[in-house]
Design a protein around this ligand. Structure first.
Ligand code: ADP
Length: 467
């Protein structure tokens, strides 16, 4: 129910408003009532003191003396302004004409020397404020009572109550309208956001939200959103590039197979011609299956469910295995491989690391010169295990050297030297990174290349995510 910001704000305002204004309303009402009653009491007190003064001055002729006060409102029957004097034997010895003319009286209350005030029902069944006080005159205790109607005061209070009941809800309604307008205006840029987000598909990932054109508070949100879009765009472009490169690299051997088949089947061939064609086709199929298995390897490495099988291993043992596997192809090319260094223990995935080092050493053989050499050294430095693989090959130009770790990236010069997919080093970097290591490359064009692989030694190791 309170799922929107607007409804939450309205409930909050309603709650605050009810608490604050109800308390304020009650406080103001009772304060006003107190002021009104206090002013009536003070007026009654003055009246009673004046009558008491007259009583003391002329006890015998009280009626005559009181005629002085029995003018104005006191002279009008049931005007709402009354007084009466009660003798010690509870007789009313004098009262205002407003009472005596109609033969009414105020209820007699026992007085004391201190004034007492109360609200009573008067002769016309209207509310009266009554003050009672006793005075001793010539050793006799007289009680003086004066009363004023509360009708006018009650009218004022009731009008005030009405004003509160009209004004406060009106203020509340104005508040709610204000909140609706303000929240509507403040949330408008969010509508723009959601519209913009809704419009983004893989076709327009290059679009951005104009950060300067929106409210300051929303600028960080727009900036984060734009950064996210940038990352999405980059990853999408990489994905499309990957698809394009993969298709391109698969298309070349497929076209070669197709043309061999067409040419060979164009007319009858001798057995040796068929054998030669099938040999070429088989070579191309190997190339295709090599690319496919590398693509599968990359997607395996990228998969979230993939994990390393970590065990304690000796890097020197791994390099010996690599050497054993590559020696036949090296000697076929007349290349000498030397392995030196020391035993270095690390924690890692034996199979993956062997695969990574095979790729690097295989490149060192593939991109070498005739009768060249490959030197592999295993060691450790500053608490890190390191393997260097140095060849005496064609070298890697400085420009774009780092790109050789990107998928499908091949340096033009190497294309003429040897066939490849451009995927090997991207797999190597992913494996090394997953082990918490890094790979660096140094080279001098036409002379040598050196790949240095750093891996955390056993105690420093922490596995990070792939790619
Ligand atoms: P591939 O060898 O299948 O082309 P890689 O990802 O293993 O793919 O290598 C990417 C590119 O890096 C190679 O095409 C080559 O141009 C360059 N390269 C890698 N290793 C060497 C090396 N030892 N010497 C010279 N160039 C190399």
């Amino acid at each position: 129910m309170l799922s929107s910001i607007k409804s939450k704000l309205i409930v909050l305002v309603l709650y605050t408003f009810s608490v604050v204004f109800t308390s304020l309303g009650f406080f103001m009402y009772y304060e006003l009532e107190d002021i009104v009653i206090t002013s009536i009491d003070s007026h009654l007190h003055n009246e009673v003191q004046m009558i008491a003064g007259l009583l003391r001055a002329e006890e015998s002729d009280i009626e005559h003396e009181l005629s002085e006060v029995a003018v104005g409102e006191y002279a009008v029957p049931l005007s709402g302004h009354y007084y009466q004097i009660v003798s010690p034997d509870k007789r009313i010895i004098a009262s205002s004409p407003s009472l005596s003319v109609v033969g009414a009286s105020l209820s007699i209350i026992k007085g004391s020397s201190e004034p007492s005030y109360m609200t009573i029902i008067g002769p016309e069944r209207n509310p009266l404020r009554l003050m009672t006080q006793s005075f001793i005159v010539s050793n006799k205790t007289y009680t003086i009572q004066a009363a004023d109607s509360l009708e006018d005061s009650y009218k004022i209070l009731s009008s005030f109550k009405k004003i509160i009941l009209i004004v406060f809800p009106s203020i509340f309604i104005i508040f709610v309208i204000g909140i609706l307008v303000i929240t509507g205006l403040s949330l408008k840029p969010l509508d723009y956001f959601s519209r913009k987000v809704g419009q983004i598909t893989e076709m327009n990932l290059n679009e951005r939200i104009d950060e300067q054109g929106i409210d300051m508070e929303l600028q960080p949100l727009a900036a984060s959103f734009n950064t996210m879009l940038g990352r999405l765009e980059e990853s999408f472009l990489r994905q499309s590039q990957f698809m394009a490169d993969a298709s391109h690299d698969l298309k070349t051997p497929a076209s070669v197979i197709k043309s061999y088949c067409d040419v060979t089947l164009g007319r009858d061939r001798t057995e040796s011609e068929y054998k030669e064609a099938l040999g070429k086709i088989s070579e191309m199929v190997d190339r295709i299956s090599n690319i496919i298995s590398r693509i599968l390897e990359i997607s395996r490495l990228e998969s979230k469910t993939f994990s390393l099988n970590i065990v304690g291993i000796d890097l020197m043992d791994i390099m010996k295995d690599v050497l054993k596997l590559l020696e036949p192809s090296a000697s076929a090319s007349g290349i000498k491989i030397n392995l030196s260094g020391q035993r270095v223990n690390i924690s890692g995935d034996r199979e993956r690391l062997t695969e990574a080092f095979i790729n690097i050493a295989d490149n060192a053989i593939k991109y070498n010169k005739k009768d060249g050499s490959v030197d592999i050294v295993v060691g450790d430095k500053n608490g890190e295990a390191l393997v260097t693989v140095m060849d005496t090959g064609i070298g890697i130009p400085e420009k774009g050297r780092e790109k050789i770790f990107d998928r499908f990236h091949r340096i033009d010069e190497s294309r003429s030297v040897v066939a490849g997919s451009g995927l090997g080093l991207s797999i190597v970097r992913a494996i090394i990174k997953a082990h918490g290591g890094r790979i660096e490359v140094e080279s001098e064009i036409g002379k040598w290349s050196r790949f240095i692989i750093f891996l955390p030694s056993k105690k420093n190791r922490s596995v990070t995510s792939f790619l």
